[in-house]
Design a protein around this ligand. Structure first.
Ligand code: NAD
Ligand code: TDX
Length: 341
């Protein structure tokens, strides 16, 4: 099969491309990526020479371009993915996440091909108690989450209207190598290593359900190969953590690995004004994928966090290049000068 992977130069997409090339050498991959601030071909230098891999720079909103590509199935990761950016300006989120997904759906309709849409637990909104199941109400609270929810509803509607072979996965918070250092875990690591303040939104008691990117991608692979048309699967590792606890654990791991003063690192923690519309808690019930596809996460959180810190220590030049002017400008806009420089 020739698989069109969208957003394959981003964090999860590049890890997926690497996974698929190793686990399924029978497939070839066309990686379509616009290379926004979040897309980085350095994420793929170890696999770009492989015969089953092709990169095309382009926009998922470009229907003519997609029409000209050769593929039999789509795995769709491309998105604007950062909640804080969507609060500053929702337009690119609506364009890429909604119009881009609609454009891909039309391309899949023309070819009658399978498309897996990679979505997020954020479409369910905030959860006071219990767990999100696939039947939970779609109730997004940020412009990012609303744009992902809109794309999910389009996928659902195209399946119902045209009987298309479409799948949706909704995963919890990912962490691991190649994550852009605007997201919590790589931000904490990179700020700690630079001696910069670590902004904690609100009281730091918000809960996220964390999963290693490799476990997410094994789940996407299983759904893509084995689910039936119209299926929706939640993906999560039953791993709820408060933000402040993760930050302290990360700083303790960094102190241990680098010999830096632990208390000095802890003094970088700075509570700042809360994110508007900040979801209090996410928690995924992964029972359906565990039962139907015998998937379960393999990477324990403490091991995954320790390996991730080690990766950012060993790949300092990667994240130093990634921290671009645009990234700094965003932090200045949001938090003022002291978080930017
Ligand atoms: P990312 O921001 O790291 O990567 C997104 C990629 O999409 C980048 O390479 C970017 O260049 C590309 N892209 C953006 N707009 C494009 C366009 N118009 N055309 C083509 N390419 C475009 O994101 P990520 O964290 O890897 O997330 C990937 C997907 O997984 C997203 O759909 C996101 O909603 C979903 N997801 C993410 C998480 C998480 O914790 N990061 C959790 C659940 C689901
Ligand atoms: O500097 C920070 N300080 C802070 O307290 C940052 C960047 C985040 N936070 C908090 C906000 C959240 O409660 O940490 C938590 C995690 O924040 P993010 O890394 O921005 O992730 P989140 O908003 O939970 O969304 C993520 O998970 C779902 C991804 O960015 C989405 O793409 C995915 O869909």
């Amino acid at each position: 099969m020739n698989i069109l992977v969208t957003g394959g130069a981003g964090f999860i997409g590049s890890n997926f491309v690497r996974h698929l090339l190793a686990a399924h050498p029978e497939h070839s991959i066309v990686n379509l990526d616009k290379l926004t601030y979040a897309g980085n071909l350095e994420n793929l230098t170890d696999v770009e020479h492989l015969p089953g891999y092709t990169f095309i720079r382009g926009d998922i909103c470009d229907r003519d371009l997609i029409g000209s590509l050769d593929f039999d199935a789509i795995v769709h990761f491309a998105a604007e993915s950062h909640v804080d950016r969507s609060i500053l300006d929702s337009s690119p989120f609506l364009q890429t996440n909604v119009i881009g997904t609609a454009t891909l759906l039309e391309a899949a309709r023309e070819r009658c091909c399978r498309m897996l849409h990679v979505s997020t637990d954020e479409v369910y909104g905030s959860l006071p108690q219990g767990l999100f199941t696939e039947a939970s109400l779609i109730s997004p609270n940020s412009p990012y989450a609303a744009s992902k929810a809109s794309s999910d509803l389009l996928v659902r509607a195209y399946h119902e209207t045209y009987g298309m072979d479409l799948l949706i996965t909704r995963c919890s918070n990912n962490y691991g190598p190649y994550q852009f250092p605007e997201k919590l875990i790589p931000l904490v690591i990179s700020h700690a290593l630079q001696g910069k303040t670590i902004p904690v939104y609100g009281d730091g008691q918000n809960v996220r359900d964390w999963i290693h990117v490799a476990d997410h991608n094994r789940a996407v692979d299983l759904v893509f190969h084995h689910a039936k048309a119209g299926d929706v699967y939640n993906i999560g590792a039953r791993n709820e953590q408060k933000n402040i606890d993760i930050i302290k654990t990360l700083l303790a791991v960094i102190a241990k690995k680098t010999g830096r003063d632990r208390e000095g690192l802890f003094r970088l923690i700075t509570f700042v004004k809360d994110r508007p519309g900040h979801d209090r808690r996410y928690a995924i019930d992964p029972a359906k994928i565990e039962t139907d596809l015998s998937w379960k996460p393999e990477i324990p959180f403490d091991q995954g966090l320790s390996d991730t810190v080690a990766w950012y220590l060993e790949n300092r030049s990667w994240w130093e290049r990634v921290i671009s002017g645009a990234y700094l400008e965003y932090y200045r806009l949001q938090y003022g000068e002291r978080f930017g420089g």
